[in-house]
Design a protein around this ligand. Sequence first.
Ligand SMILES: [Zn+2]
Length: 163
Amino acid sequence: MIREKALRLLRTKPIVPRFGVLCIVFLAAGFLGPFSPGRAADAQSPIPEIQDTRLHDFAMTKMVDGRLAIAYNPVVCERMGPLLCGFYRMHERGHIALGHPPLSGATGKREEDEIQADCWAAQRASRAEVRAAYDYFLAGGGSTTANGPGAFRALTLRRCGQF
Ligand SMILES: [Zn+2]
């Protein structure tokens, strides 16, 4: 009798973990799937991000299939660190959110747009990402003609940011 019960338990036991895995899969599908209503409402995620190893920078905004997307260089991001890369991607989100035109061969970066995008990112990136960018800029990184010297960008982050 006991032996039969043990055998029955052994036979039915694997069903529980399988059911558990199924639940997790369905839950994940609910959170991450394209039919999740919460996804469309998330203002942080509708801009597609694509990897481009030919970029000579962390990231830039470009038109892909008729809509704005953020291209970033995963090699540069790997070398410079995910926090700094996260700030740069947020900077590009800033350009899009503020309605700045994407760069083309005919238009250079506008200094005012760059300051605004840095400020926008400083208010929305994580504290660690802003700190990483601040340290990088203060050490002279991120200096360009349009963006100004890195130290100037660091001041913008301090003026607009969370510290
Ligand atoms: Zn920019």
